[in-house]
Design a binder for this molecule. Sequence first.
Ligand code: CA2
Length: 145
Amino acid sequence: MAKKILLLNGPNLNLLGEREPEIYGSATLKDVEAAAQKQAREVGAEVVSFQSNHEGALIDRIHAAKSEGVEAIVINPGGLTHTSVALRDALSGVSIPFVEVHISNIHRREAFRQQSYFSDIAAGLICGVGIEGYRYAIDFALKKL
Ligand code: CA2
């Protein structure tokens, strides 16, 4: 069976490419998702994508991933990175290995962005390399998770 990876994006990442290009670049979320799907298909794997501005919807999607046979999750939790115990609990609850991605370098930004509720339980963390970070994360998930 083809390896299945879930690409999750949290609040406001639907705005990618539309605002703050100096921080987040000019590619849209659709571009990111299409590139990830193409990357996986090239090696006979599959990426399913989901973005939501709602914490509960992201949690429900993570729960559903377990019964769908998702083997790895690539997640940019957006602002929930710095606030959400509930999203962290969902990821540790399903025991699916995940890679945390941030487009910007959160450690060069405001102090409140420098804490993540995810990094200590993530299989990997990619931060500050722009949207290329998603490609690195998918590659890692395909090869190692
Ligand atoms: O650098 C990242 O990827 C972040 O996870 C993005 C979050 C931010 O809250 C984190 O601290 C770091 C924000 C996502 C907002 O995305 C936008 C994209 C384009 C325009 C406006 C917001």
